[in-house]
Design a protein around this ligand. Structure first.
Ligand SMILES: [Mg+2]
Length: 196
């Protein structure tokens, strides 16, 4: 029987930060004090440092970021991390691949359609919609099947489940991914070497 392999979506399979920066750069380019946002410098979950004009000009910056995540523009701009699509395709031969992702009511359906269009080979999609935005990590999905594996870029999510093997996807250092002393992977090449 194939083992269950749970994989997070944003900032694990796809470079969500790059898409957010591209939207910001289009919308704020004519504002005073504008400097192009560079996704490589992303550190803060609310994009405080690289998209500062949102925080300067908007009353509810977090809502604005959520709106970005829910826009068609975001899904049009969304790109895979290097090798992610190829490796996920190979993983489906050996594992039951389950994308397990948090979403907002406004972006959940677009996210599923994007996954269907670009990763139709995955076996299952689990979308967690916590409407308050202050969730339980991914604790609603216990991942208790024997030898279940879970890969996520957020330690809080990894801590919240019972998966027997958990890996932090750490493409870069941020101010929210430090709380983890388990195994780390930093590219899809590494995931390929590890799991295939
Ligand atoms: Mg993520």
């Amino acid at each position: 029987m194939k083992k269950d392999l749970y994989i997070d979506f944003d900032s694990t399979i796809v470079n969500s930060d790059k898409a957010i920066c591209a939207i910001y750069n289009e919308r704020y380019k004519d504002y005073e004090g504008f400097k192009p946002a560079e996704w490589q410098k992303h550190k803060n979950w609310a994009y405080k440092y690289i998209c500062p004009l949102i925080h300067e000009h908007e009353e509810n910056p977090v809502q604005v970021i959520q709106d970005y995540y829910g826009s068609q523009d975001f899904f049009d701009k969304l790109e895979f991390y290097d090798d992610a699509k190829k490796v996920i395709g190979e993983l489906t031969d050996k594992y039951k691949v389950i994308i397990c992702t948090s979403a907002f009511p406004t972006n959940a359906s677009k996210k599923v359609l994007w996954i269907e269009e670009h990763l139709s080979e995955v076996d299952e999609i689990i979308i967690l919609i916590n409407k308050s935005g202050h969730g339980y990590g991914k604790a609603r999905v216990p991942m208790m099947e024997s030898d279940a594996i879970f890969i996520d870029d957020h330690p809080k999510n990894l801590h919240s489940t019972q998966a027997s093997q958990k890996y932090l996807f750490k493409f870069k250092e941020t101010d929210y991914n430090g709380d983890w002393d388990g195994p780390v992977v930093s590219s899809w090449r590494e995931i390929e070497d590890l799991l295939l």
